[in-house]
Write a protein that binds this ligand. Structure first.
Ligand SMILES: Cc1cc2nc3c(=O)[nH]c(=O)nc-3n(C[C@H](O)[C@H](O)[C@H](O)COP(=O)(O)OP(=O)(O)OC[C@H]3O[C@@H](n4cnc5c(N)ncnc54)[C@H](O)[C@@H]3O)c2cc1C
Length: 392
């Protein structure tokens, strides 16, 4: 019997496992496939170093500039000068494997090639997780169960805490890692917002490598086809200025959904169970950034589990502390605001977004607010939308 069984060794699950194992608890970290590269832009802001200070010692591609484009190609740039605040762009396969190794080094048991699909039940209680493996069904019993297996989670739905994602609740995205000569500034990540609910990105990954992708959100998931949007984005003349070649080598390509509605506050915890990361909706609904918030949720869920195990009370009442944690509340609040700003920006075929870019081009403090919102999940001031509405 483990103290905690975690399904999914993405950033959220690995951080949760590492925190618990460091505190001396027995942890099973169940993972479908550690060789799977999660479809992702791989841009991670400096907040990640709060949770993993040791990452500063690794040779990731560093970023200290951002450019945001509106649908009519108004744009503004931002350069954050404090050297400690650099972001990193990562290849998700390498990054996820690294975080899994941190969890294993701390003492967690990583169970690879295990596909969790159901709970072990006893007297109406969930007492563990069943997983499919090449050698048959395996059962992992645990006092607390943490669901961290992302958007495809079967356990989250079986737990009764949440329903299957509806199409308009997610962002649908497709991206690729490509290699070849390009004109992308090596220090800059670029976001390209559209006249529909969606955006594209260009993230440098090294001398000749880059991550390119795009996605749609909300009702526009039903109005646009992600494969067509992706091809259009690759061939857009404005994008071709950055990637002029016709024969980029595709290192990898993938499509995947991500949560688009912010934190699912009503489905974060239940009787001896917690949901973290993407399963819990921990993704900024305007920027799609979910790695740092997912890691934060994993750490806080682990700390909640530690208190519950130490007090021998793993009930729903005790696990509620996870939802009430100031950081979870802050993330949740900031994502609610981002969602309403996203809705506003995409009104009038993206004209409000263009207005935001125009103001940011000329007003340094407004520019900082916008960048903080996109990059650091910081809530903008209350009069942000009022100002946008009042500007011509
Ligand atoms: C195209 C795209 C681009 C993105 N770009 C960015 C970005 O640039 N920056 C950013 O911060 N965020 C980005 N995100 C969001 C980010 O990828 C997620 O928010 C983040 O990965 C969430 O981490 P997680 O640990 O919750 O879930 P995941 O990273 O999805 O990890 C879930 C883990 O569970 C495993 N798993 C799944 N099912 C099972 C099962 N049945 N049994 C066992 N294991 C299972 C998976 O193999 C995986 O390892 C992007 C998302 C997409 C789709």
């Amino acid at each position: 019997m483990y103290d905690v069984v975690i399904s999914g060794a993405g950033p959220a699950g690995s951080k949760c496992a590492e925190t618990l194992a460091k505190a001396g608890f027995e942890v099973a970290l169940i993972e479908k496939d550690t060789n799977w590269r999660k479809p992702c832009g791989g841009a991670i802001n400096a907040r990640v170093f709060r949770y993993y200070p040791q990452l500063r010692n690794f040779d990731f591609h560093k970023i200290n500039k951002m450019t945001i484009f509106s649908a009519d190609y108004h744009h503004f740039g931002y350069h954050w000068k404090d050297p400690k605040n650099y972001s990193i762009n990562v290849d998700r396969l390498e990054f996820d494997n690294l975080l899994q190794n941190f969890a294993v080094d701390a003492g967690a048991i990583l169970l690879d090639n295990n596909i969790s699909y159901d709970f072990i039940m006893k007297e109406n209680r969930k007492i563990g997780v069943k997983a499919k493996t090449s050698s048959g069904i395996k059962e992992y019993k645990g006092k607390i169960i943490v669901i961290a297996d992302g958007m495809s989670s079967k356990l989250a739905v079986k737990s009764g805490l949440k329903e299957k994602w509806k199409t308009e609740e997610v962002m649908l995205t497709k991206c690729a890692i490509m290699e070849g000569e390009n004109n992308i500034d090596k220090d800059t990540i670029s976001l390209f917002f559209k006249s529909y609910k969606g955006y594209g990105w260009l993230f440098p990954l090294g001398e000749n490598r880059f991550n390119i992708g795009c996605g749609t959100m909300g009702e526009d998931n039903l109005n646009y086809n992600i494969n067509e949007i992706f091809n259009e984005f690759l061939n857009d003349p404005n994008i071709k200025k950055f990637t002029p070649n016709t024969d980029y080598k595709k290192i990898w390509i993938g499509a995947y959904p991500l949560p688009g509605q912010g934190v699912n506050e009503n489905s974060l915890y239940g009787e001896n169970i917690m949901l973290i990361g993407d399963v819990a909706g921990c993704v900024n609904p305007i920027s799609g950034e979910g790695i740092s918030p997912g890691i934060a949720s994993g750490k806080i869920a682990a700390e909640t589990a530690i208190k519950a195990l130490e007090s021998e009370d793993i009930s729903k009442r005790t696990l509620k502390r996870y939802k009430l944690h100031p950081t979870i509340k802050k993330i949740s609040r900031s994502f609610k605001l981002s969602l309403s700003i996203a809705d506003f920006c995409f009104e009038k075929q993206g004209q409000n977004f263009a207005k935001m870019c125009r103001i940011a081009e000329n007003d340094e403090s407004f520019r900082e607010t916008v960048v903080n919102m996109f990059l650091f999940n910081k809530a903008p001031p209350k009069d942000f939308i009022t100002r946008l509405r009042s500007e011509n």
